[in-house]
Ligand binder design. Structure first.
Ligand code: FRU
Length: 497
């Protein structure tokens, strides 16, 4: 039986989605049906299609009491909205249904595990809630909250764990058929830890152990864990709050962290070996992954930074969008990301240029290379390897004074995304740089995936990725190439439709 709150949300989104013109939405990145979106939730397959839920407030384009929005796709790029799946309508979740995950139960049900939030009486003035984990069981469209909710409470925390920061369960099936779930918690040392719980039926959970502890190394509280096997190693993805940069890793604020290591499933022991940021751009947070039937591990993240939400005016009809889903792999001890290969099926009007010389100070436009929905790969090299250029830039979403640029400076070994001329009028971060090892010879490959309101740059086959939301007037469709010093480029560009 659905609640009044859920029926209201479903009625509202059905009416108000119609007020958003199709061309005012991203073409292939999921945005909310209406109103506000943050984290991806419950990313996974059920009944033959890929389901993606999201943190959702349908009634306004800002974060308020969280619902779960819902969409499905067969190719990760074309999304169909389904009715909102969860509303904050119970005594244990009236402050919000926060992030979580989904799994198919042995009896074929679609089971959602989410963080349920209610007011902490002693924290009423601060508006801080008590966070527990709850279950909803469904058929891929309608979900019923379990009568025994919540299934994990402060009683299940290790000593010193905070009940105010206990969230974002990621559940998976272990090799022996039992279930494991990873939940983020603020530990006794006041920084993040990822806790493991075990269950045989998805309803009764027992605390197992700490999978990974921050100990103040990477930001403060950790959010939204995901944990999986990849190319013979195990990878823990988390989103730390309140980070401080370390060189070019971990820009300030709410960032992303990838820990690569080995995992002993029998003992639940994760031995960390390497760490890196997941995305080096401005807008990427709270990613989740799914394993496809053909064995690909695919990640999707919220393509927005909490501190930069002001880039979007709250009077707009929607706010927040997902990244392009990305295929993950490990190479040289690093996480590589490539846009899902299904993107190829959207290619139109392919143009290929070879050996285009961009003279110093020159700005070059190429016939057929323009538009806001584009997948373009640029191989860059110096005209004379003895005289490596100072800068190569590609500018896009360009018209008159408007543009966003991706610039490569081989002498600094950096790639920079700069959206300060994208039309933003807010005092938020507009630029970010990424250190690209081995690029001082001026050779680099930049793959730019543009949708109407975003740019994602995949550097050197996805060794580094930089994502940024841009809300430039859609009439700004120009793309041009610029060099300081002489560069030579090959360009392959596809319009996406
Ligand atoms: C991350 C996050 C999660 C939480 C959700 C609430 O962006 O803070 O930890 O579950 O957003 O919307």
């Amino acid at each position: 039986m659905s609640s009044q709150a859920l029926r209201d949300a479903r009625r509202y989104e059905e009416i108000y989605e119609k007020e958003i013109l199709t061309e005012q939405r991203p073409l292939f990145h999921l945005a909310p049906r209406c109103g506000w979106m943050n984290d991806p939730n419950g990313f996974g397959f059920y009944n033959g299609s890929c389901h993606l839920f999201y943190q959702y407030y349908p009634y306004a384009s800002e974060w308020r009491s969280m619902h779960w929005g819902h969409a499905t796709s067969r190719d990760f790029l074309h999304w169909d909205y389904l009715p909102a799946a969860l509303a904050p309508d119970q005594s244990y979740d009236y402050m919000g249904c926060f992030s979580g995950s989904a799994i198919e139960s042995d009896d074929g049900k679609h089971v959602l595990m989410y963080t349920s939030v209610k007011m902490a009486p002693e924290m009423q003035d601060e508006g801080i809630g008590i966070q527990t984990q709850s279950i909803a069981i469904g058929d891929g469209i309608d979900y019923e909250k379990y009568s025994g909710n919540p299934v994990l409470t402060e009683e299940d925390l290790p000593e010193g764990g905070s009940r105010y920061d206990f969230r974002d369960p990621k559940v998976w099936k272990a090799a022996d058929g039992s279930y494991i779930c990873a939940v983020a918690n603020r530990a006794a040392d006041n920084t993040g830890a990822i806790l493991l719980y075990k269950s045989t039926d998805l309803f009764h959970w027992k605390y197992w152990k700490v999978l990974a502890a921050n100990h103040g190394r990477f930001g403060a509280m950790w959010e939204c864990p995901d944990f999986f096997e990849l190319d013979g190693k195990h990878v823990l993805l988390v989103s730390p709050q309140d980070m401080q940069p370390s060189g070019f890793e971990y820009h300030n604020g709410n960032g992303t962290l990838c820990l690569i290591g080995s995992y002993d499933e029998a003992t639940g022991t994760f031995s960390e070996e390497k760490d890196q940021a997941i995305d080096y751009g401005i807008d990427f947070y709270a990613p989740q992954t799914v394993l496809t039937e053909d064995g690909r591990r695919i990640m999707i993240g919220w393509m927005q930074n909490w501190d930069a939400c002001a880039i979007r005016n709250p009077s707009e009809q929607w706010a927040g969008q997902m990244s392009v889903p990305r295929e993950l792999s490990l190479k040289d001890g690093r996480l590589f990301q490539q846009p899902v290969r299904e993107l190829i099926d959207m290619y139109q009007d392919t143009v290929i240029y070879k050996d285009v010389v961009i003279g110093t100070g020159e700005s070059v436009a190429l016939e057929g290379v323009r538009g806001r929905c584009v997948d373009m790969t640029i191989h860059v090299r110096p005209a004379d390897p003895g005289h490596v250029f100072h800068r190569f830039s590609v500018r896009f979403a360009q018209k008159d004074r408007l543009r966003t640029a991706v610039s490569f400076r081989p002498h600094e070994k950096t790639v920079k995304v700069d959206r300060k001329y994208s039309g933003s009028c807010r005092a938020i971060v507009h630029q970010r740089r990424c250190l690209v090892e081995g690029s001082s010879d001026g050779v680099i490959t930049l793959r730019l995936v543009l949708d109407r309101f975003s740019a994602e740059v995949f550097i050197n086959d996805g060794r580094y990725v930089m994502s940024a939301a841009i809300f430039t007037d859609l009439a700004a469709e120009g793309i041009s190439f610029f060099a300081d010093g002489e560069a030579v480029i090959d360009v392959e560009s596809h319009r996406l439709s």
